[in-house]
Ligand binder design. Structure first.
Ligand code: GLA
Length: 730
């Protein structure tokens, strides 16, 4: 049983395979957080809570005689603003009278079989109802106006606990939600590091690890999208935690808009972590009888370091978040024309590229930006989703048919959420773009963002997309979004509701994505936002793969993909082999190394095959065969970060091992070469200690490879790479 109740003690214990989470409603009715960590005896962990008068820490009215009892110091399950807890709160509700004095008390609980879902928002799901239990704990204000329902999805086998919150206004007046976090973790013990994944366009998800110190540390986005700058995934980890050992807590926020993760180390050295929608752009009105659902947060605790935590997320996101045909079906090896041609193509050029791609074994040809409206540069055309037949020299159907005749499937690029000022759509409907009345909007890449909070705007774009998708055989769509959102104002909402626009935009985005996925269940959609500007677990519910970065340099990608791998499985990581010298960095790398990096992802090519020499073409042919051969191992296997790419290291290495340890593929890139180099030995993981493995005609003991290691060859040149395929001997 994953949810254990002790009604007498008002104790709720959630157990997954290896973790345990506990909360307790105390005599005063406050819901306290008592434990989250390794699964152990289910005793009452509230003994950990120390109470003393800390001075200037107020006492709730009903318990005012006890000066040691204060919300200012108690570890709370869902702390609210305005009731004497002065730390970062999870909930802030402004009443009609203008105050925010809310005090929540335990009301009731409910357990339901199966995993809850959230209307209009992505959520981790369970294939079978009996794999998951949901606990709903209800808190209410004494006035019986605000009810807060805390949802816990206890995914026992997956080792994951998901959370969401539903706030209900049962009062007579409207209230304004100014802050609704999806989770809070209040730990009274432990010294932690806060790990976040920061970045920029073309260098996303770099790892930052900082000790939690007194004050507040945060990572978040107010860009309207989860952003290149911070990823909605954070970790609290013991100072000594590393890949294979130590306590760590991961929190992934399944949301693609503004978010905030905050840690606070308080006056008595307790650490609180909250995560949810960023409050800066959020002010949501609840009329009497209305309710608000917060997006989901997925939490994982690991006592075996980051690797185990990542494996849990990888499995959960692959099997319990991604949906549709391509959750399991093998993804096609694609060739995308973007870096091959940019906007400079016509139908003949594309067919030529597709012909050569087909000869090399490519399976899907993707036509990127520039096929529609007036779009020969990024200054115009967005919003006019009609095929530019003049440029193509044929209809889209004719082009798609010719590509299919070559044995390839066909895909195209869209940027449905944006509009160019120079477009028919904008000329006709300037009020459909997000911009403040009477103000000049901020342009970015010469474009504005369409107001997806409005149903009629979504309807128009949906209809245009459908008419393109119905006009030809199209098996793949790249869904791009190439700017941050500013000038948040919707002409479709009243002045007092403008604080809802940013969230309603994301709900609108999810709505149109859901409609597209329902209408085209076999369509493979790859998410993108200038590369990895919206690489988050929310998008994965609709797009099982996301273009990881506009930086296709194989060496830089090692870092980007390393950071990405902490939460996201390789099956979600869009990765392509591009031309050398690389277009972003000018770096020259061997095509084998570019392929090794791209194989730690969905794998494809993004270059003009007409510019390749015969040797490279042959090599690409072989690479595709190799990728197909190892597909299951790469996509379904356990991913191991054998090294980290930071610092002056000679090599970077990673490994895919079959979950039963029968087979492994180790990839190594020589990132730096030295004269008279020292020997390098790397320790493998995920093998069976007592079994022998065949590698390059020799036999190695699994235990030896893991604990003593595998000596690496010396590189003959910079950026040389190797793939080592190990197979367990009978
Ligand atoms: C974004 C994407 C690229 C490409 C261009 C097209 O930058 O990340 O892959 O599709 O847009 O304009």
């Amino acid at each position: 049983m994953a949810i254990i109740l002790n009604e007498k003690q008002s104790l709720f214990t959630l157990q997954t395979k290896n973790s345990m989470y506990q909360m307790k409603a105390d005599e005063y009715g406050a819901l306290l957080h008592t434990y989250y960590g390794k699964k152990t005896e289910n005793i009452d962990y509230s003994y950990l809570i120390s109470m003393q008068d800390n001075g200037f820490s107020g006492n709730p009215y009903g318990n005012a005689h006890d000066r040691a009892y204060s919300f200012d110091t108690l570890p709370q399950e869902y702390p609210v603003y305005g009731g004497g807890d002065f730390r970062r709160s999870a909930l802030m509700v402004r009443y009609g009278a203008g105050h925010c004095a809310l005090e929540l008390h335990y009301d009731s609980y409910r357990i339901i079989k199966g995993k809850y879902s959230i209307p209009g928002l992505p959520a981790v799901y369970a294939e079978e109802r009996n794999q998951v239990d949901t606990l709903i704990v209800t808190l209410k204000d004494d006035q019986e106006d605000i009810f807060v329902h805390l949802y816990y999805g206890v995914m026992e086998d997956l080792d994951m606990i998901t959370r969401t919150v539903r706030v209900e206004n049962r009062g007579k007046d409207k209230v304004v939600l100014e802050r609704v976090m999806s989770m809070c973790l209040d730990q009274q013990y432990g010294d932690y590091d806060f790990l976040t994944f920061y970045g920029k366009h073309a260098m996303e998800r770099e790892l930052s690890r900082m000790p939690v110190h007194h004050g507040v540390q945060s990572a978040g986005s107010v860009r309207g999208a989860s952003s290149h700058q911070y990823n909605p995934f954070v970790i609290l980890a013991d100072h000594k935690a590393e890949e294979t050992k130590g306590d760590c807590y991961g929190v992934s926020f399944l949301y693609s808009g503004d978010f905030l993760a905050e840690t606070e180390y308080d006056q008595i050295n307790q650490t609180r972590l909250v995560m949810g929608i960023h409050p800066d752009n959020f002010r949501f009105i609840l009329e009497p009888g209305e309710e608000f659902w917060a997006p989901e947060a997925a939490m994982v605790y690991s006592d075996k370091g980051f690797e185990n935590m990542s494996h849990i997320y990888h499995k959960a996101f692959r099997n319990n978040l991604c949906r549709g045909k391509y959750k399991n079906a093998r993804r096609p090896v694609l060739l995308n024309n973007w870096e091959g041609t940019y906007f400079d193509f016509n139908g003949e050029k594309l067919v030529q590229m597709a012909e050569e791609a087909a000869e090399m074994g490519v399976e899907l040809f993707v036509l990127d930006d520039g096929w529609f409206g007036k779009r020969d540069s990024d200054n115009s055309g967005l919003g006019d989703w009609t095929v530019n037949e003049k440029k193509l020299g044929c209809t889209l159907k004719e082009l798609s048919d010719r590509i299919h005749e070559l044995g390839l499937t066909f895909g195209i690029w869209f940027e449905p959420e944006c509009v160019s000022e120079d477009s028919d759509l904008y000329r006709e409907h300037p009020e459909w773009a997000l911009k403040a009345p009477g103000k000049k909007p901020m342009l970015s890449r010469s474009q504005l963002v369409l107001d997806f909070s409005r149903a009629e705007v979504r309807e128009h774009i949906f209809a245009q997309m459908c008419s393109v998708l119905d006009s030809a055989r199209i098996e793949y769509v790249k869904w791009d979004f190439n700017r941050s959102i500013s000038d948040i104002y919707s002409a479709g909402l009243s002045a007092e509701r403008q604080g809802e626009v940013a969230h309603r935009y994301v709900l609108g985005l999810y709505d149109i994505l859901e409609r597209i996925t329902q209408r085209y269940p076999d369509l493979l959609i790859e998410g993108c936002s200038g590369g990895g500007g919206r690489f988050d677990a929310g998008m994965l519910y609709y797009t099982p793969q996301i273009w990881c970065s506009d930086d296709t340099d194989a060496i830089e990608r090692l870092k980007i993909q390393y950071g990405t791998s902490f939460a996201y499985p390789v099956s979600t990581v869009g990765a392509h082999v591009s031309a050398s010298p690389n277009h972003q960095t000018g770096r020259k790398t061997p095509i084998s190394t570019r392929a090794a990096a791209a194989m730690a992802g969905t794998f494809g090519y993004e270059l003009d095959p007409g510019k390749l020499n015969a040797r490279d073409k042959e090599e690409i042919h072989d690479q595709i065969e190799v990728f197909k051969k190892y597909y299951d191992l790469i996509q379904q296997g356990d991913y191991y970060r054998l090294t980290n790419p930071y610092g002056e290291k000679a090599y970077h290495a990673w490994e895919f091992a079959a979950p039963d340890g029968r087979e492994a593929l180790v990839s190594v890139v020589a990132v730096k070469v030295y004269a008279n180099p020292a020997p390098v030995i790397i320790k493998l993981r995920g093998l069976r200690e007592d079994k022998y493995y065949r590698l390059n005609g020799k036999s190695y003991l699994g235990g030896a490879l893991m604990y003593a290691g595998l000596p690496l060859p010396q590189p003959k040149e910079e950026y040389e790479s190797w793939n080592f395929h190990l197979v367990m001997e009978k």
